[in-house]
Design a protein around this ligand. Structure first.
Ligand code: ZN
Length: 235
């Protein structure tokens, strides 16, 4: 799967030898918020024995560990500003260069725009690696609205529960269960529109750059979807 076949006549010129792309399993997950990417990233990480690399987690770890880039990121976060892409990319590159990610990684929430895809591509190239597959979570807007607006969230720990639990308390910490304004149907529809606008060019970019783009039906139970993902990756 995903092995590039070199044309026999093609030789390295030696002028600017690119490091050989190793047989990595860098898998990028693309999908609208609420499509289940985080859940599937965890399941894939277990099934494939490679780590999940999520932007938020990696950023928090760098800040906690006080790495130079982490400290730089913190200076933006302390001001309530967005951490610029180049800093996030540097932190991401360090995470992908770590021994734990030698055999690959599942990237969740790392690529949302074409500039981010390009940035990741150059960071990986410097490590002699490349994106192996891009999984696109396909979910109808109506299903997304049903799924997201049909839930309530604990004010304390942000865990989601079914809407039928509205008005009761979080079993974990007794926090109030509320429907967030972000989860109203109109807000979900808006995010879905933004996602589609941003993502179509990202998918086209990856197709043009030779990554395998694997659309996955993201409606089903978490285990059903995991099996579809593994099947698609193995094909
Ligand atoms: Zn809670």
């Amino acid at each position: 799967m995903g092995i590039s076949v070199e044309c026999p006549g093609r030789r390295r010129t030696g002028a600017a030898p690119a490091p050989p792309a190793t047989r990595s399993r860098i898998v990028v997950l693309l999908g609208p918020p609420g499509a289940g990417k985080g859940t599937q990233a965890d399941k894939l990480a277990v099934a494939l024995g490679i780590p999940k690399v999520a932007t938020g987690d990696v950023l928090r770890a760098a800040v906690r560990d006080g790495t130079p880039l982490g400290l730089e990121a913190k200076s933006y976060m302390d001001r309530g500003a967005l951490v610029p892409d180049p800093i996030i990319l540097g932190i991401m590159k360090a995470a992908l260069a770590a021994p734990g990610a030698a055999r690959g990684a599942i990237l969740d929430g790392v690529v949302r725009t074409v500039p981010q895809a390009e940035g990741l591509h150059s960071a990986l190239s410097e490590l002699g690696r490349t994106v192996d597959a891009v999984i696109v979570f396909e979910i109808p807007e109506a299903e997304l609205v049903r799924r997201i607006s049909g839930r309530v969230v604990c004010e304390t720990c942000q865990t989601s529960y079914p809407e039928s639990m509205a008005g009761s308390r979080c079993p974990k910490d007794g926090g109030r269960l509320v429907r967030r304004s972000d989860d109203e149907p109109a807000a979900v529809q808006h995010r879905f529109g933004v996602y589609q606008t941003q993502t179509a060019p990202v998918i086209a970019w990856y197709r043009a750059h030779g990554a395998r783009v694997l659309p996955i039906d993201a409606v089903g139970t978490p285990d059903e979807i995991r099996d579809r993902l593994l099947h698609a990756l193995a094909s």
